[in-house]
Design a protein around this ligand. Structure first.
Ligand code: GLC
Length: 582
């Protein structure tokens, strides 16, 4: 029997291996690359536009909604916004299936609305990062319509086709389709390749015309004034287009076989030359290859390819209800940090639109601990080296939403996983428990603005159910409370963006065997900062010889006080403190 693989499994194997902006950059020995780049020093906030704020009552978020909330965004102290795709799309994968890369899906507004939103962000010192989805397009894109129309159409080579007379194509897995990544199309008696859903055919990056089309699209948006590109699923762009049969066991290094061909680096150099080098702009890749060498080859400044990448190793460790251990968490972050001490730059994130909510994954959603554990995680996120990426709602501690029935799911990935579970004869009750925990739908519920109907997200019927806990967890309530998760987040962004030590400082792990507390320092020139994070719901102590606070009051503390006796620090449940060290 052929084994079917699901989205969480495949993500796991991917890894088996990587406007308070300071005006000037600090120069330090730690900075071995071009100093003072705003995308290193900033804090990024991700907006899922469909769920942020609706202004026309259709139940879907829109650009005018973001415009309405510009002052809120500024109040967060973030310096960049990455917005998920809002282009023309049949929405098979909520916009990650683009049918026109230069057109706005009317549900979000018009190009004029986009321009107004961009100008509003820029006026507030916030940069804008565009999602560039070019490993694949939608099957409704004109290129694909042409491509499938006949074997000699000029667009035929924009995609990967396997003529049926050659027999069955060698099996390739799909991340969303349990049947595999080849789809038969009777119109020309051939199969096309789709690593994601069958409505997302993979573009053929080996074709120079395709690459030129992509650079033109990127230039179009750069000319409009966007400041960054997030390259979706990018490590898959270049593939072995001879499509050989692969040996048993290759799935263990999925990325190596499915993408990251050496040619990818040539294409990235070309992209740098044609687009990136011409603007004050950066590009971040989703995925960092399967080894640190791959990651460095993508992002080291002297290679002139990309400027940043993010890896999945962190979010994958807590993908199932089995959770994760602090030891694992600490090890992963420390390993990635040490690999980028001298060269390269990475993003740090714990949640996004492809994952469950931050607090459910890594913290403790129990009402007794939800706020403190979210504050602790946000302290971590904003005190590590690497650009912090925070996901809308995590500044409030928004939680997973309970969806025990498959009928309620709309996400193509969840439905694909369910079909795979059925095909494998898995225990469906147990499967649904897992899906309910890890599903991407958890992270896509409407933003909780206030305690009015539908959390102030819409006056119509929201496209997705609002989490029942919106009456307690919402912006309006937290705004007023100086100790809220929201105000803690604001304190952290302020601290981060006004202290270069938190951006560029060397990271040193302390007591790497402690069962509950993650302790590390960040050091820049003669400045040292100690970060103490209790990852447990019990009080816990840590002895740190030589770590004497320079000031009475910690710079950050999510509790009213901190108990210190000599060099022993006693931390309450999920307590997070940042201390200046003498
Ligand atoms: C990336 C996106 C995800 C999308 C997939 C296909 O992983 O983050 O949301 O479904 O690519 O475009």
């Amino acid at each position: 029997m052929t084994k079917t693989y699901t989205w969480p499994f495949l993500i796991a194997v991917l890894l088996a291996s990587c406007t308070n902006q300071p005006e000037t950059a600090s120069t330090s020995p730690e900075q071995t690359e071009s100093a003072g780049t705003w995308w290193k020093e900033g804090v990024l906030y991700q907006i899922y536009p469909q769920s942020f704020k609706d202004t026309d009552g259709d139940g879907f978020g829109d650009f005018q909604g973001v415009i309405e909330k510009l002052d809120y965004l500024q109040s967060l102290g973030i310096t960049m916004v990455w917005m998920n795709p809002f282009f023309e799309s049949p929405l098979v994968d909520n916009g990650y299936d683009v049918s026109d890369y230069r057109a706005i899906l009317p549900r979000y507004g018009t190009m004029e609305d986009f321009d107004e939103m961009l100008a509003g962000l820029h006026e507030r010192g916030i940069k804008f990062v565009l999602d560039v989805v070019v490993n694949h397009s939608s099957n409704e894109h004109e290129w694909f319509k042409q491509s499938r129309s006949s074997r000699d159409n000029p667009y035929r080579d924009y995609y990967h086709w396997w003529p049926a007379e050659k027999g069955d194509p060698p099996f390739r897995r799909s991340l969303f389709d349990p049947e595999g990544a080849w789809e038969y199309d009777s119109l020309t008696n051939a199969y096309y390749l789709h690593y994601f859903a069958d409505a997302q055919p993979d573009l053929n990056w080996e074709n120079p015309k395709v690459r030129q089309e992509v650079y033109d699209i990127m230039k179009f948006w750069a000319e409009k004034g966007v400041d960054g590109f997030r390259m979706d699923a990018f490590q898959f762009a270049s593939k072995d287009t001879t499509f050989p049969k692969w040996p048993e066991g290759h799935e263990k290094d999925f990325i190596k076989w499915y993408g990251m061909r050496p040619q990818l680096h040539d294409y990235l150099k070309e992209m740098y030359e044609e687009v990136i080098s011409k603007y004050d702009i950066f590009a971040v890749a989703e995925g960092a290859g399967s080894t640190f060498q791959d990651a460095h080859d993508l992002v080291d400044a002297d290679r002139k390819e990309l400027q940043m990448a993010y890896h999945f190793e962190t979010v994958d460790m807590a993908r199932t209800t089995d959770g994760y251990t602090l030891a694992e968490f600490r090890e992963v972050f420390s390993r990635w940090d040490s690999a980028f001490v001298d060269q390269g730059w990475i993003a740090v994130f714990l949640s996004n639109h492809d994952n469950a909510r931050l607090v459910d994954r890594f913290g403790n959603p129990d009402p007794a601990f939800r706020a403190v554990s979210t504050q602790m995680l946000n302290t971590f996120l904003l005190s590590m080296r690497g650009t912090p990426y925070t996901y809308y709602g995590d500044e409030l501690g928004m939680t997973n939403v309970d969806m025990p029935n498959i009928e309620d799911y709309v996400d193509v990935a969840a439905i694909g996983d369910y079909k795979a579970a059925v095909a494998q004869g898995r225990d469906l009750e147990e499967f649904m428990q897992q899906l309910n925990y890890y599903s991407r739908e958890n992270g896509r519920t409407p933003m909780q603005w206030d305690d009015t109907e539908y959390a102030g997200f819409t006056t119509g019927t929201p496209w997705k159910r609002v989490n029942e806990n919106y009456r307690e967890i919402n912006v309006a309530a937290q705004d007023k409370n100086p100790n809220s998760v929201l105000n803690h987040f604001r304190k952290m962004t302020k601290l981060r963006t006004s202290n270069p030590v938190l951006v560029y400082g060397k990271y040193d792990l302390l007591d790497d065997e402690h069962p509950d507390i993650y302790a590390f320092t960040r050091t820049l020139d003669d400045e040292k900062i100690l970060v103490l994070l209790n990852f447990s719901q019990d009080t816990s102590s840590i002895q740190l010889p030589g770590m004497v606070a320079a000031e009475e009051e910690p710079l950050i503390n999510n509790y009213p006080s901190l108990e210190v006796a000599g060099n022993t620090y006693h931390l309450a449940a999920y307590q997070a403190v940042i201390i200046k060290i003498k």
